[in-house]
Design a protein around this ligand. Structure first.
Ligand code: 6PG
Length: 247
């Protein structure tokens, strides 16, 4: 496998600046693709400010909503109405207000099992892009990512089998070992890598310790995850280790 491009680390002042920098990178990817755009969202709390920013007039007016499609990199195996739902958070923050329904692609968490949901989502990705896993063209223009307290990203947890799956784009995770302790559905490293840009959002003092660990330990999922294109960390001052050089 070709060596991944080195990750680019961009330092920003605070959470507000991080949300704006992320929004600007999403807009740049959309503007760079004159056709159908695919953005893969992440869950957790870090992206909420970004999502709310996309719904504000200044950004909303610049997004061609009819040709931007929104996916989710992982979700909790709960209904989208559940407060734990990642796509539910994104729908409430901006998608319901701004995006046409047929441009929003939730994981089918009403399927009988997480694995069944994973098979359905993978089939949808193949149909949407009309490509197979062997095809080199990227699934996504941009993939948003977070870093969990154990170094997980998406729902790829350290030591879990899902981190090593290469023959599927989406897998079920029967149980999570970190909050929330519910089953998950997650894209795999190859699917997440199939992107023009992978953008990590690392914000707040609580992220500093895990950022240090991930930067030092290539075996952690958040360290192993990279794009076949650009891999970028947006990290604010509160999360940034003193020793970390950032542009
Ligand atoms: C999830 C997310 C997960 C998240 C990290 C960081 O389903 O929980 O996809 O990978 O990005 O856990 O979460 P916070 O942004 O809440 O710190």
């Amino acid at each position: 496998m070709a060596a991944a491009n080195p990750r680019k680390i961009i330092g920003v002042t605070d959470a507000a600046a991080l949300a704006q920098a992320a929004a600007d990178r999403i807009l740049a990817r959309i503007d760079a693709n004159g056709g159908q755009v695919a953005i893969c969202l992440t869950g957790g709390s870090s992206p909420k400010r970004l999502y709310e920013l996309l719904a504000t007039p200044g950004y909303r007016a610049r997004i061609p909503w009819d040709r931007v499609h929104w996916f989710i990199g992982d979700d909790r195996f709960v209904p989208s109405s559940d407060p734990l739902s990642n796509i539910g958070m994104a729908k409430r923050a901006f998608l319901d207000e701004c995006a046409p329904r047929d441009c929003v692609h939730p994981m089918p968490t009403d399927a009988p099992t997480p694995d069944a949901a994973a098979r359905l989502y993978e089939a949808m990705l193949k149909t949407f892009h009309d490509i197979s896993m062997a095809d080199p063209s990227p699934l996504f223009d941009l993939v948003l990512m977070g870093i969990g307290p154990d170094g997980h990203t998406a729902s790829l947890f350290p030591g879990y089998p899902a981190i090593d799956v290469t023959d599927h784009w989406v897998v079920g995770v029967p149980q999570a070992h970190v909050e929330p302790f519910v089953p998950r559905v997650t894209l795999t490293l190859p699917a997440l890598a199939s992107s023009r840009e992978m953008l990590f959002l690392v914000s707040g003092k609580d992220k500093r310790a895990i950022a240090i660990r991930v930067l030092a330990d290539d075996t952690l999922p958040a360290a192993r995850a990279h794009s076949n294109g650009e891999t970028v960390w947006l990290i604010d001052s509160a999360a940034r280790p003193e020793t970390l050089d950032a542009s």
